[in-house]
Design a binder for this molecule. Structure first.
Ligand code: UD1
Ligand code: CA
Length: 437
C-alpha cells in the first residue's frame, strides 16, 4: 500500500510562524501522530506532500522511510495528490491522509482498506449534526455518486449531513488516470480531489463509504482552539487506557501524558501531573499532586510529590521518597533513600537508605562543566548542605546541617563546615531614632 499525507496547507487560522502540522499534540507534532499511524499500517511507501514552511517540516520529521513531494503553489487537494504520484507504486492502492487530522486510528483505516479491497474507491465519511464547511456526500438510490464542496453546493446539498472526512483509498492506477483530468472551474478555483468520486462513478465503479467509530478520529486542526479541544480528547483517551490497565487516577481529566507512560500494578496518580518522554512507574508507586516527570524510571513502592520534578536520566530504586520542591536530574537514587523537602539532586549517584535533608543542593555546575556527586549507602545529609561536585560522601557518613562540602567526606564520621556559634555579650537591638524636623 502507498500512503499520501497532505500537509501543504498554510494553516492561516493558527496565527503562527510555525507550520500547522508541526504544532504539538501531546508533545508530538500533529504530522508525527499521522506518521506513527501510517507506519502501523505497514505501508510500502509513505509520501508527505509539503508546501508552506516545508523545509522545517522535512527537517523536523526526516526519516529514511519517507518520500517528500513539494507542492508549490498549492492549487488544491487533487493537485496535491498529483505531486505525490511519481513516488507511488502503481500496482498498490493509495491511502490519502491529512497531516492535520492526528487522531485517526489504524483500525478504522484497516476497515477502509478492506472495503476498497485494492480495486475500488473507498471514502471515510461521517454524519455531523452541523456539517458546515465540509464537502457533502451526494447519494442516489443509496449509492455515493459525487462529493460537492460547501462553497459549490445548493441548498438541498447543504442540507446533507453525511460529510467527506477527506480520508480515502483508491487504486493508484485509477488516480493516475483521473487526476490529470481534474478541472478547477469551481467556487474556489482549485483542483478538488473530491471530484474523482464522480469520475469513478462515470466509469461504473461502486464507490464505498466507511464510518469511523468515533467522530474525534476525523477532526482536523485549523485553529488553536481546535488543537486544545483535540488535546483534551486525546488526553482523556490516554487516561481511560491507563485506568483500563489498572492505574488509579484521582481525576482522569487532570493528567497530561506527552510521551509514553508505562505503569506497573497499583500505581496511583493524583491530580495535575505532567509526564513527558518515556516514564516508567513501578508497582505500588504513588505520584502526589502537581508533579512534572520527564524521562524517568521510578521503581516500585516509591512516593513522589506533591510538587516534585523528575527530569531526564532519573532512575529511582524501590521505596524511594521524593517530596515537595525536590528536583532530580540525571541521577540514580537507590532503595529506601529519601529526599523529602526542597532539594536539587543533579548528576548524582546516591546509595541505599540515604537521607537527604531539606535544602540540600548538589552544586554540579561550575559555569562551564558539570561534575558528579557520589553519596554512598547509609549517609545522612543534614539540612541546607551544599555538595560541591566532584565530591564523594563515604558510606555511613554524616554531614552536619549547613555544610558546604568541597572535599570528600570519610565513611562513618561526622563532617561539618560551619562557623562556630557565638553569642555576642552585651549586644542590643537597634532602636528607632526620633525624627528631627
Ligand atoms: C477538504 C475536502 C472536503 C472535506 C474536508 C475535510 C477537497 C476539495 N475538499 O476541504 O470535502 O470535507 O477537506 O476536512 O478536498 N492541502 C494540500 N494542498 C492543497 C490544499 C490542501 O496539501 O493545495 C492539504 C491541507 O494541508 C489539509 C488537507 O489538504 O491537510 C485539506 O485541505 P483543506 O484546505 O483543509 O480542505 P478543505 O477545503 O477543508
Ligand atoms: Ca480543513
Amino acid at each position: 500500500m502507498n500512503i499520501v499525507i497532505l500537509a501543504a496547507g498554510q494553516g492561516k487560522r493558527m496565527h503562527s510562524d510555525h507550520p500547522k502540522v508541526l504544532h504539538p499534540l501531546a508533545g508530538k507534532p500533529l504530522l508525527g501522530h499521522v506518521l506513527d499511524t501510517a507506519r502501523k499500517l505497514a505501508a510500502g511507501r509513505i509520501c508527505v506532500v509539503y508546501g508552506h514552511g516545508g523545509e522545517q517540516v522535512r527537517e523536523t520529521l526526516a526519516a529514511a522511510d519517507l518520500a517528500w513531494a513539494r507542492q508549490a503553489p498549492q492549487l488544491g487537494t487533487g493537485h496535491a495528490v498529483m505531486q505525490a504520484l511519481p513516488h507511488l507504486d502503481p500496482s498498490a492502492p493509495t491511502l490519502v491522509l491529512y497531516g492535520d487530522v492526528p487522531l485517526i486510528r489504524a483500525e478504522t483505516l484497516d476497515r477502509l482498506m478492506k472495503v476498497s479491497d485494492g480495486g475500488t474507491l473507498a471514502l471515510l465519511t461521517v454524519q455531523f449534526a452541523n456539517p458546515r464547511g465540509y464537502g457533502r456526500i451526494v447519494r442516489a438510490d443509496g449509492q455515493v455518486v459525487r462529493i460537492v464542496e460547501e462553497k459549490d453546493a445548493d441548498d438541498a446539498e447543504r442540507a446533507i449531513d453525511e460529510v467527506n472526512t477527506g480520508i480515502l483509498v483508491a487504486p493508484t492506477s485509477a488516480l493516475a488516470r483521473w487526476l490529470p483530468g481534474l478541472g478547477n472551474r469551481n467556487a474556489q478555483g482549485e483542483y478538488y480531489l473530491t471530484d474523482i468520486v464522480a469520475l469513478a462513478v462515470a466509469e461504473g465503479m461502486v464507490v464505498e463509504a466507511v464510518q469511523p467509530a468515533h467522530a474525534w478520529e476525523v477532526e482536523g486542526v485549523n485553529s488553536k482552539a481546535q488543537l486544545a479541544a483535540l488535546e483534551r480528547i486525546h488526553q482523556r483517551n490516554i487516561a481511560e487506557a491507563l485506568m483500563e490497565q489498572g492505574v488509579g487516577l484521582a481525576d482522569p481529566a487532570r493528567i497530561d501524558v506527552r510521551g509514553e507512560l508505562v505503569c506497573g500494578r497499583d500505581v496511583f496518580i493524583d491530580v495535575n501531573c505532567v509526564f513527558e518522554g518515556r516514564v516508567e512507574l513501578g508497582d505500588g508507586t504513588t505520584i502526589g499532586p502537581n508533579c512534572v516527570i520527564q524521562g524517568a524510571a521510578v521503581g516500585p513502592r516509591c512516593i513522589i510529590g506533591p510538587f516534585a520534578r523528575l527530569r531526564p536520566g532519573t532512575v529511582l530504586g524501590q521505596d524511594v521518597h521524593i517530596g515537595n520542591f525536590v528536583e532530580v536530574k540525571n541521577s540514580t537514587i537507590a532503595d529506601h533513600s529519601k529526599a523529602n523537602h526542597l532539594a536539587y539532586i543533579g548528576d548524582a549517584t546516591i546509595g541505599s537508605r540515604v537521607n537527604v535533608g531539606a535544602g540540600t543542593i548538589t552544586c554540579n555546575y561550575d559555569g562551564a562543566n558539570k561534575f558528579r556527586t557520589i553519596i554512598e549507602d547509609d549517609v545522612f545529609i543534614g539540612s541546607d548542605t551544599q555538595l560541591v561536585a566532584p565530591v564523594t560522601v563515604g558510606r555511613g557518613a554524616t554531614l552536619g546541617a549547613g555544610t558546604t562540602l568541597t572535599r570528600d567526606a570519610p565513611s562513618e564520621q561526622l563532617t561539618i563546615s560551619r562557623t562556630r556559634q557565638t553569642t555576642v555579650p552585651g549586644w542590643t537591638r537597634p532602636t528607632k531614632q526620633p525624627r528631627k524636623d
